[in-house]
Design a protein around this ligand. Sequence first.
Ligand code: BTN
Length: 239
Amino acid sequence: MSRDIYWHKSIDSTMRAAAELAGQGCPSGTVVGADEQTAGRGRHGHSWHSEAAAGLYITEILRLPVKPDELPIVTLMLGLAAAEAIFQTCGIQCDLRWPNDVLIGSRKCAGILVQLQDSAMLAGIGINVNQREFPEELRPIATSLRQASGREHSRQDLLDGLLTSIDQWSETLLTEGKEAILRLFAQSSSYVRGRQVVVDQDGSRLEGITDGLSSAGFLIVRENNGRRTTILTGGVRPA
Ligand code: BTN
């Protein structure tokens, strides 16, 4: 498929530039990427460490015929696409932590941020590719493909693989439906079932064992008091 790719040497955030393009009506599949972000955005208002020429920082504008309430499913679908691209391009097997953290072991190597802009979805993906080290506060929780494998990886090859995977997983969602995404995410994630986790959401904290995904793509946790709670948002971490 042909697509427009707007590549920047340095930009504040590819999310901001992608929102502008989406607002101007750019076609589905348009990509904004950058070698460096000076104000990379993560989930829950966090920043995304975006060292120059070390990681892959892109936002793809998607105009998929899905309903706004299927956004959580699209988020899961993008995690699957990122993990597949990392495996196929770099040979590294990743785990997925609901809703959209891509992990190597217990550390995060990629994150996904999905936002709605009018009728478009902005799929922001950051992959730590060739970072040799991280700022001190990230060291316990972050890793890069280089740190995990001991060798450099081509960001261009990974970009090509990622865009192909997103095309294919979007097709899977459209042809096989959300059930396929839910099933395949559950198969690819050690967090969906039987994991003792702590969840911080809306200022409160709960602890329990993960117990599958709801039909809308939310995580279900069986709390220690027996109550089954659907996690709509929030950070999930091992207890
Ligand atoms: C997260 O795990 O918190 C989501 C991180 C998303 C980071 C990517 S990097 C490319 C795109 N531009 C941004 O500013 N954020 C996303």
